[in-house]
Design a protein. Sequence first.
Length: 637
Amino acid sequence: MTTAPGPGQKPDNPPTPPQSTLPNQYAFLWLSAAIFLMVLWMQGDNQARQQDLAYSDFKAAVVKQQVAEVTLKAEEILGKFTEAGAAAFSGDRSDARPATGFRTIRPPMDDPELLPLLEDHGITIRAAPAGLPWWQQLIQAFLPWLLLLALMFWFWNTAQRRMGQGGGLFDYARSRARRARKETSHTTLDDVAGIESAKREITEIIEFLKSPERFRRLGAVMPKGILLVGPPGTGKTLLARAIAGEADVPFFSISASEFIEMFVGVGAARVRDMFQTARKEAPALIFIDELDAIGRSRGTGLGGGHDEREQTLNQILTEMDGFEEHESILVLAATNRPDVLDSALLRPGRFDRKITLDRPHKEAREAILAVHVRKVPLAEDVNLSDIAARTIGFSGADLKNLVNEAALTAVRSNKDKVDAQCFDEARDRIILGEERDAKLTPQEREAVAYHECGHAIMAYFMPKADPLTKVTIIPHGMAMGVTEQTPQEDRYTYTESYLKDRIKVMLGGRSAEKVIYGEVSTGAQNDLKEATRLLRRMIGQWGMSEKVGPLGLSIGEEHVFLGREMGAPREFSEKMAELIDAEIQQQLIELERETVEFLKAHRNHLEALAREVLQKETLSAEEIDEILRREDDRKIA
């Protein structure tokens, strides 16, 4: 329901300034082109009424009194017939129109008898002016420039229309922020689940905007900025859309990358325009998505202080500092890279409050699934709690994708409802990748089976390893086979024994190849890369080495911000780097030796499991447990 604005209130839908249109911009050019074409048409019509004569015929017509007047040019003679001449020379014309004029070419040699002949027969003689007429000279001088200007205007306006909302000639400095209205925003806080603490923070801000007097009575001041921080897919932008649907104030949203364009100074100009518009409609909310696109630390990387991005950041800092206490303007921003943001952005007075959105835990995942299955018909065997338990590490966006993939699977199978099998297939598709056809030779297929069974044996028997879920030799994604493990609960810290058992599971495939074939293949490339990366972090960051000691270095971190690493001093010496490398190598060799010895002791389990997986291609956790227990019973008997 909409209401009319009261006295002193601004309408919800302020009129937008009229945009310039193509006819208004090019009216003069179209008029000039029309006049030019009319002149050409008139000249063509006149040309159609002229008769080409031979010079001898022209002199004969003069003698017969058929010529009224002539105009002498350099090489040609133009003239007009008398009525008798027009009738005499128009008899063979196809258009039946009398030729009122004629044209003839002078002979190369000068004819001294021409002028006396014309004077004797009383013919008016005119001399043609030198050069082109004035209007032709004008067109010849200005027409190229007019065409060039028309082309420039066309390119300029095309670029402006592609750049966004305004599309006008000088509209590049206007903000591209989109205004959301409560009546058109269908997302509310009820559609956001799994981030209850963040919802409480946002609800408080919304209440402050709705009734600021209740807070100001106790001296509370609204924060100027709120920074939403979290991995991709955790609901930062969704939360902002929900705020737009809940708040009763104007809500402006923009991506940080939209500030920067090809023109110098455009980013800062758009920032000024956005905040100026928000001040006119205060109280208001401004949401800037992917803040790190313009909020990276200044003075790093390859750009200097004159960099366009840094100018835009400086303007944002200035505008946020310029808020008065009575200006109820709140800036919301979202980023998944808070480590690269400029420290001036994060200080109190700008982004006063930071809300962290992490990957959801089990109960939160169940609540998120409940939101996304509202419009999905579910079968009776679907248990959202079980699905949430098997999706550890999934973000909100991943869970939404899981529900959608399950619905697509049900459609492909011609089912009326989405059942548990659809969710299982959708989960495998997301985690393991899409099944693909790969023509493996029998020898390659057997090698893949032993490789995956090596992973499975280590995952099954290692006491600290995550429980084994599935083993398959069907190619998924880029992998020839997959061994899947599912943690029983969410983990936030990891012990050294757990990490070493995890590395042994990674080395199980390569070690199985050594035990069976006496050599290794290229199939363990990714396993070795992941094991080395994990062990480097254990030694360099977490101090899990007696030789290196409890040092917390930046070894093993991802260099997401190259400029900062280029300017940072090195934390350790060359001798320490050699010691760390030697320790990583020594521990990897030792862990692989222990893995090989373990698989040799359990070779009967390895071969029994490989025979079954070669026959069935995919084994579940229950089937693996049954095979290994049966082998133990057979060995005892």
